[in-house]
Design a protein around this ligand. Structure first.
Ligand SMILES: NC(=O)c1ccc[n+]([C@@H]2O[C@H](COP(=O)([O-])OP(=O)(O)OC[C@H]3O[C@@H](n4cnc5c(N)ncnc54)[C@H](O)[C@@H]3O)[C@@H](O)[C@H]2O)c1
Ligand SMILES: [Zn+2]
Length: 380
């Protein structure tokens, strides 16, 4: 990106405001919006120094350009990299990254820039939340999943052998720059993973959006610029609304976990080799079937979600869905499960949750096992 390109991008972007306890921040969406990064860093870090945290895959593709944009504008950049993939989202990687920042003698007047997908965002966010008791974070998401979902809302953290995201902190970003140009280097399968979260937003909040996603899946996967930007803005608006009203997940924010009770069990059971977007796709179909079996979800909803998942070539099943004792065990041992009782988001139908039941419903162990047995035949 040349300096003149950097100026151009300041004009063309959609800003979505998000409220947080640290103040309001903007999610800026638009092709080329990465050119705003120096301004974002200058606003967040008085020292003009930043730690650019990324994984090695993203770094090989984009770090040179992004560090160049920052360097040309007088920002001192310390690159801190780690191997790509969910397997890196650990306390050990967090410790190594933190050591790199200490070695570079960064102070509280620096900021962290996260350049990458959701794994980078969660890890870099946790480093920012804890380094010197907290420094500002600028999120630069490079996957659809991170643009559409993970970079917004301030949840940061790492996985633990006992479950997903079990160690972490809420740490709202100072700014999010969601630039769809980054998706040019992302293969089609990875692009699809992000749309699992977009489908989730439509399914829990916006039936018209769900329908639009189904009708435009091909354009989105092919990278049609207008369609991609529309999806990112619409998803970010939904997520922004929910997290602004309930930043620390005391209540309604829990609805964003639709599909994730099953998804996290599948991810844990696969040793974190199953991509998050795939786990969410299977999880949404499964949880809608469970809701139908338990009576809070309208008949036909799971089939409608299955159709959306298929439109994005996402998986609708997983071998663990047929191993009900193992699956129930994984769900119950997930340390987020309170006193061994699994909780699930009650979906009413595509576009709305069953709010009279609250944002999550407890399912006792014996009931869980019997409903998993009941739905398992539909997954073979
Ligand atoms: N904090 C939140 O609110 C939140 C929400 C949803 C998901 N998440 C987390 O996000 C993670 C999943 O995120 P993800 O799917 O983005 O995974 P990821 O960060 O592992 O990225 C997927 C792969 O794509 C590569 N990649 C990233 N950008 C690229 C680009 N532009 N071109 C080519 N390759 C690129 C990465 O190197 C990686 O190999 C999970 O850990 C999940 O728990 C967090
Ligand atoms: Zn998710």
């Amino acid at each position: 990106m040349s300096p003149s390109d950097e100026a151009r991008v300041l004009i063309r972007c959609t800003d979505v405001p998000v409220r947080s306890s640290l103040g309001q921040y903007a999610v800026r969406v638009g092709a080329g919006v990465r050119g705003r990064l120096p301004a974002a860093v200058e606003a967040a870090a008085p020292a003009g120094r930043c730690a650019l945290i990324s994984d090695r895959t993203v770094a090989g593709l984009w770090c040179k350009e992004v560090a160049g944009i920052l360097g040309r504008n007088g920002v001192d950049v310390i690159e801190a990299l780690f191997p790509a993939g969910e397997a890196s989202k650990t306390r050990e990687t967090w410790a190594r990254l933190t050591d790199m920042l200490l070695d570079a003698e960064l102070g509280r007047d620096c900021c962290v820039v996260s350049l990458g997908g959701g794994v980078v965002g969660d890890l870099a966010g946790f480093v920012a939340a804890t380094f010197l008791r907290g420094v500002p974070l600028v999120q630069v998401p490079t996957t659809t999943l991170a643009m559409i979902d993970a970079s917004v809302g301030g949840k940061t953290g790492v996985d633990h052998p006992a479950g997903k995201n079990l160690v972490g902190a809420f740490h709202a970003p100072a700014e999010v720059l969601a630039d769809p140009d980054f998706l040019d280097t992302l293969d089609i399968g990875r692009r699809a993973e992000g749309y699992a979260e977009a489908v989730k937003h439509g399914v829990i909040l916006d039936a018209a959006y769900a329908e639009w996603l189904g009708a435009n899946a091909r354009e989105l996967l092919d990278g049609d610029a207008a369609a991609v930007e529309h999806a990112v803005v619409r998803s970010v608006r939904h997520k922004a609304q929910v997290v602004s009203d309930d930043e620390f997940e005391g209540g309604r924010r829990k609805i964003l976990n639709f599909g994730h009770t099953v998804a996290h069990a599948l991810e844990l059971g696969s040793g974190y080799s199953l991509p998050h977007g795939h786990a969410v796709a299977v999880g949404m179909v499964a949880e809608a079937r469970i809701g139908e079996a338990l009576g809070w979800t309208a008949a036909g909803t799971a089939e409608a979600i299955r159709g959306l998942v298929r439109a994005f070539d996402l998986p609708e099943s997983h071998p663990l869905m047929g191993r009900v004792h193992r699956l129930a065990g994984l769900m119950i041992t997930d340390k987020k499960t309170r006193r061994g009782i699994v909780h699930m988001v009650p979906l009413r139908e595509v576009g709305r949750t069953a709010d009279r039941l609250g944002s999550s419903v407890p399912i006792p162990g014996d009931e869980l096992l019997s409903v998993l047995k009941h739905i398992s035949s539909s997954f073979v």
